[in-house]
Design a protein around this ligand. Sequence first.
Ligand code: ADP
Length: 259
Amino acid sequence: ILKVIIAPMKREEKTAGFILILHDITKEQKLEEMRREFVANVSHELRTPLTTIKSYTETLLDGALNDEEVSMQFLNVINEETDRMTRIVNDLLELSRLDNKEARFNKKAINLSKVLAAAVSKMKVNAKKKGITICENVKEDLPLCYADADKMEQVFQNILSNAIKYTPEGGNITVNLWCESNFVITSIKDTGIGIPREDLPRIFERFYRVDKTRSREFGGTGLGLSIAKEIVKAHEGEIEIKSELGEGTEVTVKIPCIV
Ligand code: ADP
């Protein structure tokens, strides 16, 4: 995108020529567009639960409160929608702290296999509920990484929680951890629904979801992968996603190790 400025050059009160100034504003324009889209997304994401809360509250006030069974049902929905809003706001605050470099990273020389094991053990209950098996191939004697254990655990939890959410009952998740060319590499692979090829390039964008209804059903905010990406970036690492529709998804995280 070019911004064109044409300025006349005067000599002795007469126009002697023109100066043409070309500004490449592609980057500014794209940033502005992304900002607008983000604000629109945030508003929409928060308005949806608010609309539900409002209409259920109104129905209760209009008399539904007299029916105990209906009241309980409605209050449960209101409670769930409030939880959803809290999750969205918390994720947004986390992203904003990461964007503004305000997030405090407590980096230490740590063994990522311990961090991964902690994340896996926390997610095992959810996996079990869906009859999903998590298989771990973790090399214990790994070089250390200079990393924030809590933040890295969050990265692994976000990826594992997706693997569980988007894998049907009875599926498998394989977790691998190894070291290669001065990087500790984690791969989390599932046998789930997969991601269409055309959606892959946008999957780390904020609020980008292949199927909004499905994500909502599982309590997703559409921000999990964006948060993971920002944390990995703050560790000078890389995060990649490979997927085959109907076959499964593999997310790889590479963190430089201390040499
Ligand atoms: P959400 O809260 O919706 O899960 P994320 O940012 O974590 O948001 O992920 C963005 C989208 O990427 C998801 O809505 C889903 O469509 C897709 N996705 C992420 N991980 C997987 C996976 N393991 N299998 C299939 N789709 C996935």
